[in-house]
Design a protein around this ligand. Structure first.
Ligand code: MG
Length: 370
């Protein structure tokens, strides 16, 4: 089997409401999404999506995906999409780094492999652990009262997990936010306080030690893994790392040095499912629990993340995210997994199991063919 054609689409995905990241320092209103269709000489077609959360959150850039594909796509034509490690090797040789460019290609190739083998993505990633994945809501930074009210809104929709944005130079306000939300927290509700690197070491130590008795988990409290390692030694709250977990080597370092108790694997950031599954395996081997999330995007991106989540045993799987619920448009109406009662479920259908409505994607921005 050979890849014969790669078609690239660009689509703006506006958010239903503006979104403020931790500390209120970054505002997001529209996501620049890239959709990729990979065709083969056997008539099987796979789809992938790459949607960074803007270009100010992580080193990822919507137009950068399309530029990178100009280099990658010619190298991939005539390759066998079912050979995921070889596809990964070819991409890494043709364009070192630029992981977020590679993730949608890897996704489309696994979609094809799944269709050929008759296996769902979770099965292709090692096997589905047949329990739906808890979806985490995403709670924008605000006053303690407004954040508690927003959690209540999601709770009414069935959500039992919330990723709450805190972080900023006002440590008193962050302490008040955490205390108010923890006081309001229901039994068995899972709350992740996501700082998005917004604290200095001092600010992190002040807040995390002030609420240390509450057992709350804080994600990416500081800029670097070294900063978090230093913080680990002087605080007791569980820590999650996402933004500085990029490579398998990062995961090994985190596990070996006991830097955090939780990781959040973002598929695009680590370069696709083929690389993400190895990070998953190291985390599980070291008793580190896992969130899996897209960096943003449509039902396709959510399905990709939920597929990896469903390949994680329940005792290690903390949750995923459903970015589609925050978008003002839907490029696959009525298709694909949708969060229901705060959970996402990937059915046992071959490959990704659905395609976007191509008529909603506009004209291709590029095509590459043999
Ligand atoms: Mg995060």
């Amino acid at each position: 089997m050979k890849i014969t054609k790669i078609t690239v689409y660009q689509k703006n995905l506006p958010l239903s409401e503006p979104y403020w990241l931790s500390g209120g320092r970054l505002k997001f209103e529209t996501l620049d999404a890239t959709f990729i269709k990979v065709e083969t000489d056997q008539g099987v077609t796979g789809w992938g999506e790459g949607t960074p959360w803007g270009h100010t959150y992580l080193p990822a850039h919507g137009p950068g995906i399309r530029s990178g594909l100009q280099t990658l796509a010619p190298a991939l034509l005539s390759e066998n999409p079912c050979q995921s490690n070889r596809i990964e090797y070819v991409m890494d040789k043709a364009l070192p780094g630029h992981l977020y460019v590679k993730a949608p290609i890897d996704m489309a190739c696994l979609d094809i492999h799944g269709q050929i083998s008759g296996e769902s993505l979770p099965n292709l990633l090692g096997g589905s652990f047949d329990v739906p994945t808890r979806v985490m809501s995403s709670i924008s930074t605000g006053s303690p009262e407004s954040m508690v009210a927003l959690i209540e809104k999601y709770r009414a929709l069935g959500y039992r997990g919330h990723s709450v944005k805190v972080g900023g130079s006002n440590t008193d306000l962050d302490i008040a936010r955490v205390k108010a939300i923890e006081q309001d927290r229901r039994e068995d509700e899972r709350i992740l306080y996501d700082v998005n690197r917004a604290w200095t070491r001092r600010e992190a130590a002040i807040v995390m030690n002030a609420v240390g008795h509450l057992g709350a988990t804080f994600e990416q409290p500081c800029e670097t893994t070294a900063d978090i390692a230093a913080l680990r030694r002087i605080t007791s709250s569980p820590i999650s790392i996402d933004e500085t977990l990029v490579s398998l080597n990062d995961m090994v370092e985190i596990a070996q040095n006991g830097i955090c108790e939780v990781v959040n694997i973002k598929i695009n950031r680590v370069g696709g499912l083929t690389k993400a599954r190895r990070i998953r395996d190291v985390a599980i081997a070291h008793g580190i629990q896992i969130y899996v999330m897209a960096t943003g995007g449509s039902a396709l991106a959510d399905a990709e993340a939920a597929a990896l989540a469903q390949s994680i045993p329940e005792e290690f799987r903390l949750g995923c995210w459903s970015c589609q619920d925050m978008l003002a448009i839907d490029i696959a109406p009525g298709r694909g997994p949708r969060s229901k009662n705060g959970e996402l479920w990937i059915p046992d259908t071959p490959g990704l199991g659905f395609v976007p409505d191509e008529s909603l994607l506009g004209d291709p921005t590029a095509t590459y063919s043999v």
